[in-house]
Ligand binder design. Structure first.
Ligand code: CP
Length: 312
């Protein structure tokens, strides 16, 4: 298929065919990262702007590494070092950036819909690197890539997503992504952190964390997003860990070849014990590795690589 999208804004608007195409492209990109010289000239002459309004370790660095591996020039701007601190709006800032002719703007913003607004406003390609509590499409794509790589398929897998579902853009994108690809998604966590009507995205809600874990092929643990919570939604970290956290005892209820995932950053001893996070079923660092490949694929696809030049 030809991938003709200008922007990558969410998983909701991507078809299963488009997701598969992105994952196939990411698989090919992975080979580049294994070479002694991890660089191809594919996006030489292209300019990528990383515009992050919220902290990030994985997403920001992997987009930057991805751009460099494809020979694109990249610059990084944070809200605190931009003229937004002087009162400039996001739209005006983006228009000014576009006046310098970048090819791609990667935006992480605390407001849901901010990347969609820029995508309408600008001719430049926009990639959503996480918008508020809405979506984090590149995270879901790297999660899908990692599961497909480890299991060989996604369809009919039982995927448990456990934790602070309400405040998690990763949860929304993963629910949409895994269900589109034919997996069964089960949600677990405190009921105060599971939004009403979430089943409309295609997931079911388990009665307890044990129920969510039971028979799971994949378990995705989520951090409690204290920075987004308006009030205390659980009594203490200790109690949360006991009732909802993933520890070796709870893990026994999953399938024997279960995959343990986490988008990061992890809070050891809260949602996941160190024995599980660092244990033999954990693929948390494989997710991070594949983040570079997925982001290389996204840059390649939106920056005209597929239409104009060959990947090699
Ligand atoms: N998973 C994720 O988005 O991590 P960062 O916040 O470190 O980018």
């Amino acid at each position: 298929m030809q991938f003709e999208r200008k922007d990558i804004l969410d998983i909701e608007s991507l078809s299963a065919e488009e997701i598969t195409f992105i994952l196939d492209t990411a698989d090919r990109m992975k080979e580049i990262s294994k070479r002694p010289v991890k660089k191809v000239p594919t996006l030489r002459g292209k300019t990528v702007v990383l515009f992050f309004y919220e902290p990030s370790t994985r997403t920001r660095s992997s987009f930057e590494i991805a751009a460099k591996r494809l020979s694109a020039d990249s610059i990084s701007i944070s809200s605190s070092s931009s003229s937004m601190v002087k009162g400039e709006t996001l739209a005006d800032t983006a228009r000014n950036l576009e006046a310098m002719n970048p090819d791609v703007i990667i935006l992480r913003h605390y407001s849901a819909g901010a990347p969609h607004m820029l995508a309408k406003l600008l001719k430049t390609s926009i990639i959503n690197a996480g918008d508020g509590m809405h979506e984090h499409p590149s995270q879901a794509l790297l999660d899908l890539m990692t599961v497909r790589e480890k299991k060989g398929y996604i369809r009919n897998l039982r995927v448990a997503i456990i934790g602070d579902i309400s405040h998690s853009r990763v949860a929304r994108s993963d629910i949409l992504g895994f269900t589109k690809m034919g997996a069964e998604v089960v949600l677990g966590g405190p009921f105060t952190m599971i939004p009403a009507g979430i089943e409309s995205l295609g997931a079911t809600v388990a009665g307890s964390s044990d129920d969510a874990v039971r028979g799971a092929d994949v378990i995705m643990m989520l951090r409690i997003q204290k920075e987004r919570q308006q009030s205390f939604l659980y009594p203490s970290d200790r109690e949360y860990s006991k009732v909802f956290g993933l520890n070796p005892e709870r893990l026994k209820k999953a399938k024997k070849d279960v995959l343990i995932m986490h988008p990061g950053p992890i809070n050891r001893g809260v949602e996941i014990s160190s024995e599980v996070a660092d244990g033999p079923y954990s693929i948390i660092l494989d997710q991070v590795t594949n983040g570079v490949s997925v982001r290389m694929a996204l840059l390649f696809l939106v920056a005209g690589g597929v239409r104009n030049v060959d990947a090699d």
